[in-house]
Write a protein of this length. Structure first.
Length: 269
């Protein structure tokens, strides 16, 4: 009995040591992926030193001699703090979430690819004036400078989430920034869910006044003439008036009433 007890103690102690080592390894790898805000980093593509100062709320304040240098610093700061989010937004705009999350996001990818957001973003780059293009290029260079630092200094995978999901990081392009802006515009808009609900409601309500009573028109003159939705789909069964309210957490299409955001930025000359 004493021998069995001794082995149980040894096994328990070994398991505790392995658990401690495992936690320490996870902490080390995760901490390596977190940015060092006190570091001095040498990067190409800037004309003078850029300083990124963070206040006690960790809000970055970027100081540089030129606008392009500041945009470079902004890209670097964003990649320090928001790399996982940036990569997921880019994948969403490209319709490539399913490469990471499998069949769970196929519907999201299929819908986004129908909107053709990323191809239109590539075309939009060519339509920018010289000043905007310089800002986009400088921002992309800043993001890529952070990616180069991660690779050169073996800083984990750039973000702790990357250890949970194997998502290879491609260099940032100007089109990526425009694609995310377009995607954010889609996320901020509640028009799609409202218009779909109104269209479905019109299938079961023949009285326009009753429809307007349930779903009031926005005050003021409309900027576009809306069609009679029911006329677009004649002989449709009333059962199609049910509005869908569920969506994948990674979908850019927010449930009705939840579209919007709360971020704000400020710039000073």
């Amino acid at each position: 009995m004493a021998v069995v007890f001794q082995w149980l103690v040894r096994i328990t102690a070994a398991l505790i040591v392995l658990a401690v080592l495992g936690v320490a390894m996870v902490y080390y790898l995760a901490s390596r992926s977190l940015p060092n805000y006190d570091a001095v980093v040498r990067v190409p593509n800037i004309t003078a030193p850029v300083e990124i100062v963070r206040d006690n709320a960790n809000v970055p304040h970027i100081f540089g001699d030129t606008d392009t240098d500041v945009f470079h610093g902004l890209g670097f700061a964003h990649a320090q703090d928001r790399l996982w989010q940036m990569m997921m937004l880019r994948r969403t705009a490209q319709g490539r979430l399913s490469e990471v999350f499998g069949t769970a996001t196929l519907d999201v990818d299929s819908f986004v690819r129908r909107l053709d957001i990323y191809r239109l973003s590539v075309q939009s780059v060519e339509a920018q004036d010289a000043r905007t293009r310089a800002a986009l290029d400088a921002y992309a260079a800043g993001v890529n400078a952070r990616l180069d630092q991660i690779n050169a200094e073996a800083l984990g995978r750039g973000a702790p989430e990357m250890f949970l999901f194997n998502a290879p990081l491609a260099p940032w392009r100007p089109a990526d920034s425009i694609a995310i802006a377009k995607l954010m515009a889609l996320q901020l808009s509640g028009h799609m869910t409202e218009e779909v609900l109104r269209a479905r409601m019109s299938l079961v309500l023949d009285d326009p006044d009753r429809l307007a009573d349930i779903l009031p028109d926005v005050p003021g003159d409309g900027i576009a003439s809306l069609p009679e939705y029911a006329a677009l789909v004649p002989n449709t069964e009333p059962r199609f008036a049910q509005a869908a309210t569920t969506a994948h957490p990674l979908s850019p299409f927010q449930p009705r009433g939840l579209a919007g955001a709360s971020n704000a930025w400020a710039a000073a000359a």
